[in-house]
Design a protein around this ligand. Structure first.
Ligand SMILES: Cc1ncc(COP(=O)(O)O)c(C=O)c1O
Length: 423
């Protein structure tokens, strides 16, 4: 075992893995769509390092902007103060988000972006003098690991030990053309109770639940009903934001727009932690008052961090400057063709893609779930071939950085086919 591995094992508790038997790989360098281990072995980052990386590792333009910001202003308290990078970023986000979104609230990660949306929704009704007790979410949704976000997440293995401490949520079926009428009727009945504070959803692609994909049209109708009944609709774009679905935001595929959009992951190109809860004027106005009691008393020490804002701006520059949209288009086409071909394989239970996101659900004993051990096998196989991915149980997910070459994406696809031949 290398010294680095030894010290890691001695001092670090890693997320989401059982530490007993864990084999943690030290990575010492990143460049474009590759990362390198301490022996110099190169790996294609096929999952954009937990879906955060958009333009590639150590992108020189983003790195330069980060360094410039670090030597100008690294951070200033965001309570009572502001800075140029935050103002510039906020203006740009408001310009690219749906038209009704007018203000942005900063935090540090995807869970906190949703936690903020949840607290804003509760206080929105409180400030309006109305008691609303319930939330709606989609079956299979994942919204994060803080208590509120976890409560909005589908129940199951992730949050089982905490279940009795979580609040109740109405989990509805994912919207499909087949269940459309039934779902819309059931949804409207829930809204008519006047007890629903908000409806939160992962738009079109439910990531952590296994890349489950649903109908943008029916989702849009659900949002339309929320708008009709004055219920807050929250689009959790933590994963789907910044081009993953082929458009800047997944909600751009829907006609009706939510009151709140939550962002994180790809917002900084994968460089720094940042969460955004972007809201419509309707939400903002419920807090804007001479009454101090209506203030949103929430914030984190690193809120609006200048380094994070500078890299988020740099990432947006690249969306404007480089051939990013062309790459997104070409990745999307290749992924769609790949899943079409692989779906027929006997070792494949299902295969699907939407935009740059592709998922291959492997046949295995037992139901498809995060705890299905099949993924560990494919993880090891691909690692040998110089590819890093993190399957969700028996679901292989391919979410490459947008700078991946056609050759490398082909290699990734071929390697999965090779794995299937061994089955
Ligand atoms: C849709 C969605 N929401 C929220 C989160 C939580 O984000 P974070 O891990 O940054 O807290 C994730 C993370 O995977 C996610 O996919």
């Amino acid at each position: 075992m290398s010294k680095l591995k030894e010290l890691d094992k001695k001092y670090i508790w890693h997320p989401f893995d059982q530490m007993k038997g864990a084999d943690i790989i030290p990575i010492v360098k990143g460049e474009g769509s590759y990362v390198f281990d301490e022996d110099g072995k190169k790996y294609i980052d096929g999952f954009s390092s937990w879906w955060v990386n958009t333009h590639g590792h150590a992108h020189p333009y983003i790195a330069k902007k980060l360094s410039d910001q670090a030597s100008t202003l690294e951070h200033v308290a965001f309570g009572g103060f502001t800075h140029p990078s935050a103002v510039r970023l906020s203006e740009r986000l408001v310009n690219i988000l749906p038209q009704k979104i007018e203000k942005v609230f900063f935090s540090d990660n995807g869970s906190t972006a949703n936690e903020v949306a949840l607290k804003m929704s509760i206080q929105y009704w409180f400030n309006k003098g109305e008691k609303r007790n319930r939330f709606i979410s989609l079956k299979g949704d994942y919204h994060g690991d803080t208590f509120g976000s976890m409560s909005l997440t589908a129940r199951g293995g992730f949050n089982e030990p905490f279940e009795r401490f979580m609040f109740d949520v109405d989990f509805i079926d994912i919207p499909t053309e087949e269940n459309r009428i039934e779902l819309l009727t059931q949804f409207e009945l829930l809204l008519k109770t006047n007890d629903i504070a908000a409806f939160i959803f992962e738009p079109i692609v439910q990531g952590a639940g296994g890349m489950i994909m649903h109908s943008p049209e029916v989702l849009s109708e659900l949002i339309g009903l929320c708008n009709q009944y004055g219920v807050i609709a929250i689009s959790d774009e933590v994963f789907t934001g910044f081009g993953r679905t082929g458009k800047m935001f997944a909600i751009d595929h829907c006609e009706n727009k939510p009151d709140i959009v939550c962002l994180s992951k790809g917002i900084t190109g994968g460089f720094m932690a940042m969460g955004i809860t972007a809201v419509s004027d309707k939400i903002y106005q419920a807090f804007y008052s001479d009454d101090k009691g209506k203030t949103f008393l929430h914030g984190h020490s690193y809120t609006g961090n200048a380094l994070a804002c500078s890299v988020a701006n740099a990432s947006l520059d690249l969306f404007e400057k480089e051939d990013v949209w062309q790459n997104i288009d070409s990745i999307s086409k290749m992924q769609s063709e790949f899943v079409r071909l692989i779906a027929a394989h006997s070792g494949v239970r299902a295969a699907r893609s939407f935009g740059t996101i592709a998922a291959v659900e492997l046949e295995s004993d037992g139901v498809s779930s995060y705890f299905n051990s099949k993924g560990k096998e494919v993880y090891k196989f691909l690692l040998e071939k110089g590819i890093i991915l993190r399957p969700l149980g028996n679901v292989i997910v391919l979410i490459p950085p947008y700078c991946i070459t056609r050759k490398d994406l082909n290699y990734l696809h071929n390697s999965i086919e090779e794995y299937l031949v061994t089955q």
